[in-house]
Write a protein that binds this ligand. Structure first.
Ligand SMILES: C[S@@+](CC[C@H](N)C(=O)[O-])C[C@H]1O[C@@H](n2cnc3c(N)ncnc32)[C@H](O)[C@@H]1O
Ligand code: SF4
Length: 455
């Protein structure tokens, strides 16, 4: 039995490490010309992973931390499609778009807020620009079940979409009212059934714990209802409350948020619940059935972390297309403009809408490797690492190894000359465990208002 009380002290601000360095380190000192040069000099033998940001939603869920444009206007969506098309045309001048595509992801916002005909046009343009999709490419879409019809699902499947992710968050009416997202069970059930009917083989459901009015009892019910949907994967996110960054979060009454001990109880129950019902935990917030390819990848040390979570598909260059999208190549991250006006102005000037990013130093690359390896595969082969970077791990990371002592004593991690291994309980607190390796963390330590809390 886990003694969760002792982990409450780890409730402190920390990054989610979907990238290292994290996005707050991106700046305009990485200039446009250097970015274009990086794109043009990419290794053509590496496959591409494409991310398209489709940012529109009709109304705001108060907890939402995504980059969203709220609208109900059709012409705004049409205008965005035009800009996406031009962005792809400009991209083609600087990137060999005939490279193999191993992954395509539609994220949002709510991609299915575009109707089937609009999605069809977007997909056709993508296939025209990037004609070489691998047969086993992972093609996925984030879907708000409240905005999905049969024509959209039919179209996606006909175009090779094989994964969908449905947002649910919580089934409790009081919680749903407090976060301004009313979504009865049947709506989600119908969406899941539709995806199954058209043969989607991987269905994910997103839940969030830490929302207003959630209690142990209400979340227990949410979990039971979620289980009846029989999803292949689940994401159970810790609510990232950052009202200083996201205006809509200010509509949430903080006194109604569950306390860290309630949240840890919920998390503990969630883990026991899904593990008792045929799922295995993966990382700090994901679950999947034991035969899922993610587990095979962990065994082989081939799991990767990206901006969408975990994937078995590594070794690709990520190209982010659309407002706010982030791309990642060997040694850099690049992010598009966040404001629609800026995004459009760049494209009108015939440029890619690149705003800022970071070129990694050798130290960044070394730390990135440690952090991503631990976040994904929960162990690090020190010997492999030393020969790859030609360094002594113990010397290079002497302070970091000292900082891991408290986690070793709490049996969250074990460290020896050969390896670092995160324990099963430690995977829940892996953000805390990798934090000592983050060279930028010290600079942010004085500010509570940078990251959301880890617990
Ligand atoms: C772009 S949304 C998914 C698609 C669709 N817009 C929807 O909401 O159903 C991505 C997911 O991020 C998660 N999310 C959004 N804001 C969050 C926050 N502040 N903290 C934790 N998770 C959050 C939610 O679980 C949500 O389903
Ligand atoms: S959670 Fe999804 S539907 Fe809600 S505002 Fe955010 S992106 Fe839109």
């Amino acid at each position: 039995m886990l003694d969760f009380e002792k982990y409450i002290k780890y409730s402190k601000p920390g990054p989610r490490y979907t990238s290292y360095p994290t996005a707050i380190e991106f700046s305009d000192s990485y200039d446009y010309e250097t970015y274009i040069n990086n794109l043009e000099n990419q290794d053509d033998t590496r496959p591409l992973s494409l991310y398209f940001h489709l940012p529109f939603c009709r109304s705001a869920c108060y907890f939402c931390g995504c980059n969203v444009v709220f609208t109900s206007k059709e012409d705004k969506k049409e205008r965005y499609i035009d800009y996406l098309f031009t962005e792809m045309d400009i991209l083609k001048k600087h990137l060999n778009t005939n490279r193999e595509v191993m992954q395509l992801h539609f994220g949002g916002g709510t991609p299915t807020f575009f109707n089937a005909e609009q999605l069809g046009r977007i997909i056709a343009k993508i296939k025209d620009t990037f004609p070489n999709f691998r047969e086993d490419a992972e093609v996925s879409c984030e879907i708000d079940p409240r905005f999905l019809d049969e024509d959209q699902m039919k179209l996606m499947v006909a175009n090779g979409f094989n994964r969908v992710s449905f947002g649910q968050q919580d089934f409790d009416e009081k919680v749903q009212t407090a976060v301004h997202r009313i979504q009865p069970y049947d709506i989600t059930k119908d969406a899941v059934d539709l995806a199954r009917k058209y043969g989607i083989d991987s269905i994910n459901v997103d839940l969030i714990y830490g929302l207003p009015f959630q209690t142990f009892e209400t979340f227990k019910k949410t979990l039971e209802m979620t289980l009846t949907l029989d999803p292949d994967r689940l994401a159970v996110f810790n609510y990232a409350h950052v009202p200083w960054l996201k205006k809509t979060m200010r509509k949430i009454d903080e006194t109604t948020l569950p306390t860290p001990d309630v949240k840890l109880n919920i998390l503990k129950y969630t883990i026991d619940f899904f593990e008792g019902n045929g799922y295995k935990m993966i990382g700090m917030d994901h679950f999947a059935k034991p035969d899922d390819e993610l587990f095979l990848a962990i065994d082989k040390g081939e799991l990767h972390r990206n901006f969408q979570g975990y994937t078995t598909k590594g070794g690709a260059d990520l190209i982010g297309i659309g407002i706010t999208s982030i791309g990642e190549g060997v040694g850099y991250y690049a992010q598009n403009y966040k404001e629609m006006n800026d995004y459009e102005a760049a494209i009108d000037a015939g440029k890619l809408p690149f705003e800022r990013g970071i070129v990694l130093t050798q130290d960044d690359k070394i730390r990135q490797d440690v952090i991503m390896e631990l976040m994904s595969n929960f162990k690090l082969d020190i010997k492999r690492f030393e020969s790859l970077y030609d360094l002594s791990f113990k010397e290079y990371f002497s302070d970091e190894i000292k900082a891991l002592k408290e986690f070793e004593e709490a049996e969250l991690v074990s460290v020896n000359d050969e390896s670092i291994e995160v324990s099963h309980t430690g995977t829940m607190l892996v953000r805390n465990i990798v934090m000592p390796f983050d060279a930028y963390m010290k600079a942010h330590a004085s500010s509570a208002k940078t990251f959301s809390k880890t617990v």
